[in-house]
Design a protein around this ligand. Structure first.
Ligand code: FES
Ligand SMILES: [Fe+2]
Length: 343
């Protein structure tokens, strides 16, 4: 088993997908069953009946009780056993583990670690998501057959867009612009500006630029599983690099990663932008992102296959690796510190 950070809020699934039926999920190599209670809160419990370990997601939701699909042993929202058919006595250890959840930004967040430490006030939030002058559009749950840290590498890496996303998010103008980075506690910021260059295809399509633009890319990574890509453009000469962004297009491409297991992750993506658009434009924008993230998926999955094929092969290091390398160290340290505290 990989060492995961557990005392953190992980994005698990879209709120829109959780209703009055049992749904099975997997995160940090653990199976959980989710449902929405009659009061509307999302309940999460271990997806294994303590009797014979049948996944509870194969059972029935009856009111606020989960009835196992094998012998009908029944649990309430707190995971306590409330019924064992055929007997009056409920075994003292008949309990299912439950996990704290919270909903924000259209997602269900789950706390897999010590429930005593789960504070909903610390669930990730992006101010602009709630700002009526910005527009948020939910995307997909993109399944990637790769470790979530490979996806995190990709999200601490503005350099790849020039080569991977030539029809959407990048163009050749950025190829040789060095990447800068800054590390803070639990956070890695990677960025670069590409100034006085043609707009990237996405902005050429949705912006109204007269000629060349100044373009920024700030990748905010919050360990272990959140990345917010702040990118935008303004007409060259309007002072965007100096801080004047009055007349710009700005988009936050949000990536909420679920580490499923060592070889699978889910990227829940959505975009938040500083301009209004009609439904058709929003759909077209989502289609561009979908195209770009499918390119990332193809690369990460191919790398995952080769990582297994060339196990132990020493890889070369280049300048753009500085941030991803530190990001991985940061996550490793966070999980090591947790183990130390537990010990
Ligand atoms: S396996 Fe769940 S009741 Fe028997
Ligand atoms: Fe990408």
């Amino acid at each position: 088993m990989q060492n995961y950070v557990t005392n953190t809020w992980y994005p698990l699934t879209w709120s829109r997908d959780i209703g009055r039926e049992l749904s099975a999920h997997r995160i940090i190599e653990k199976d959980v069953v989710l449902f929405r209670s009659t009061e509307g809160t999302v309940i999460a419990m271990e997806d294994a009946c303590p009797h014979r370990l049948l996944p509870l997601s194969m059972g029935k939701l009856k009111g606020d009780h989960v009835e196992c699909g094998y012998h009908g042993v029944t649990f309430d929202c707190a995971g306590s056993c409330v019924r064992v058919p055929g007997q009056d006595m409920v075994p003292a250890n008949a309990r299912v583990q439950t996990y704290p959840t919270h909903e924000n930004m259209g997602l269900v967040w789950i706390w897999m670690g010590d429930p005593e430490l789960a504070d909903p006030a610390t669930v990730f939030d992006l101010e602009q998501y709630h700002d009526p002058s910005w527009t948020s559009v939910e995307g997909d749950a993109l399944h990637i057959r790769a470790n979530y840290l490979s996806l995190a590498d990709n999200l601490c890496d503005p350099a790849h867009v020039s080569f991977v996303h030539q029809t959407t998010l990048g163009n050749a103008a950025g190829e040789d612009v060095p990447v800068q980075y800054a590390q803070e506690e639990g956070k890695m910021l990677t960025w670069r500006w590409v100034n006085d260059a043609p707009p990237i295809p996405l902005f050429a399509k949705f912006g109204n630029f007269k000629g060349n633009v100044d373009r920024w890319h700030y990748y905010h990574y919050y360990a272990p599983s959140i990345a917010i890509i702040d990118f935008g453009s303004a007409d060259t000469g309007t002072g965007a690099p100096e801080g004047n962004r009055d007349d710009c297009i700005q988009i936050f491409a949000c990536h909420f990663m679920t580490p499923v297991d060592q070889e699978n992750s889910i990227d829940h993506w959505l975009h938040v932008k500083n301009f209004k658009a009609d439904e058709e434009t929003n759909l077209a924008l989502s289609a561009s992102f979908r195209e770009a993230f499918a390119e990332d998926k193809a690369i990460l999955e191919a790398i995952e296959i080769n990582e297994n094929k060339y196990r132990g092969r020493k890889k070369i290091k280049i300048a753009i690796d500085a941030a991803p390398r530190r990001m991985r160290k940061m996550v490793e340290q966070m999980s090591a510190e947790e183990s130390l505290v537990e010990a």
